[in-house]
Design a protein. Structure first.
Lengths: 307, 307
């Protein structure tokens, strides 16, 4: 059975200052044709175009915090959506101050967007449900950075149980009861016998999950939010030789990220948010993989699909 | 004699929405090692890096108006200057509201730049001198757009007169009088005779000039400010088949730009600010050159040197 898509496209992997190869933070996530933009550093709209992602398909934008490398691309992205004819409203999940900033910018340019922005202000006290539909949950959770900053957790809902169609006949189960079976209930068949759910259904594939930790110092307080995720993005601005600088600026090293991935028992770790001082990023993989083996560089243009 | 540099690098040539080949408006101008940034659309700092221009050498930034495609790159550019260790103050010439916007953005990210911004608020009533040193004048002048918008005029000062050294001996002129001669005065020689300036000096090369007209509807009111410039950049968002749209949005066509270039008797015309709808830009040259012959596309990465 073909699973619904769960695909992450990296649009930017640089920390504060971009390099000629690396743009500031932005990621494009497609889960079952729901399109999420996670952070929106400068030139995100250009990266979206270069990577042939669907600009207007984005209905939800998540901004982790208000350091410029995570949102300076947003006014331009929204302007282009407007100029290219967008009418559908868009949801922005972000610190409250962002609304004031955008309003001032659009007022100065005498711009009135042709679509509505639905604001959802983030808080960083605990796990908070930001979005839910029939297939997905999205939560924010607190990170530990110099300023207010949240991570985001994207999680599929449990899939309905799979029905073994041959057994429906065998146990003389009414078609009307399929819905009950899919949801895990037992049913009474046409002969009045109780049929245990697990006789006629099999387990669905487990729900997949992705956690995004944009800017944070090493902190084990996040483990409860990200444990067992299939894919973890954890910033690694520095290598371990700059651990003092990492602590001082509330950032992490590749080693820190790997330690978190290991403790959280995740399946795979993505490293990103690299300081512009580093040319050879393989050192990040070397450092992290001594602690946690399944890790990759989340560099610009890379796509990670969860199967 | 080698002249001082007068070199314009185009960083962006797109109008409101960038394309995969064209970034929004920004230009980098070097006159005699004075470095000016003219407008600063999104991703300007990335374009500066890609084109190996000197980011930290920029001491003067000119923002024509507050439509996003002309300034959305400024917060990121200033942040990067800060992060890369800038200490030297920078001059920003822009509409007053820009200061409020930048202050709010930097406040939200708890950022305190390590260098001072000297603000020079533009007005769009007439020709205004914005900057002057021993070699250059920079002026703003009013354009006619949907919102407050100015063009900029960069003009070398008159060079001192060139002295024919052989004639200094011939006319027995004291070395102490060279300064007077260079400034065009007559002098009295060692024999007490009045020596006419033009006997011993020759005309210097004429001063060069560049005018930048970012966003404007066709208007002959700008002719007095830009007449006889060596290089004129005039926006041409549209081709003539979209003249109605140009008028409605207070923009120009390639034909409009050529008409202005002709009436202003400029030496060379640069076309830019192209709408994202156009793929083949040669049509802009075709349209303009039927009216004004010496024109070029000011596309990303091109360099124009005045000799």
């Amino acid at each position: 059975m073909k699973r619904q898509k769960f695909e992450l496209l990296i649009l930017g992997s640089s920390s504060a200052s971009p390099t000629s190869e690396r743009n500031p933070s932005a990621q494009f996530l497609n889960i079952a044709e729901r399109y999420f933009l996670i952070d929106c550093g400068e030139a995100t709209q250009i990266q979206i175009r270069k990577n042939k992602a669907k600009l207007q398909a984005i209905d939800h934008i998540f901004i982790s915090h208000l350091h410029g490398d995570h949102f300076f691309g947003l006014p331009g992205l929204l302007s282009s959506m407007h100029l290219l004819g967008r009418k559908n409203r868009i949801n922005i999940y972000a610190p409250e101050k962002l609304k004031t900033i955008l309003n001032l910018i659009f007022e100065a340019s005498d711009t009135y967007l042709n679509f509505e922005i639905i604001w959802h202000f983030t808080t960083n006290d605990k796990l908070n449900l930001l979005f839910e539909d029939d297939k997905i949950f999205v939560y924010s959770f607190p990170l530990k950075h110099r300023i207010f900053c949240t991570g985001f957790l994207f999680k599929e809902k449990e899939l309905p149980r799979n029905i073994d169609k041959y057994k429906l006949d065998k146990y003389k189960i009414s078609i009307a009861d399929i819905h009950k079976l899919k949801n895990g209930h037992d049913v009474v068949n046409e002969n009045g016998e109780l049929i245990k759910n697990n006789l006629v259904t099999i387990n669905p594939l487990p729900p997949r999950s992705y956690a995004y930790c944009s800017d944070t110092i090493y902190t084990e307080t996040i483990l409860e939010y990200i444990k067992n995720v299939n894919l973890l993005y954890h910033e690694s601005t520095f290598l371990d030789d700059k651990i003092d600088r990492a602590k001082k600026t509330f950032h992490s090293t590749a080693k820190n990220a790997a330690q978190i991935a290991k403790l959280a028992n995740v399946e795979k770790l993505l490293l990103g948010h690299f300081s512009a001082r580093y040319g050879n990023l393989n050192l990040f993989i070397e450092e992290a993989s001594s602690i946690f083996n399944n890790c990759e560089l989340a560099t610009d243009g890379k796509v990670f699909s969860l199967s």
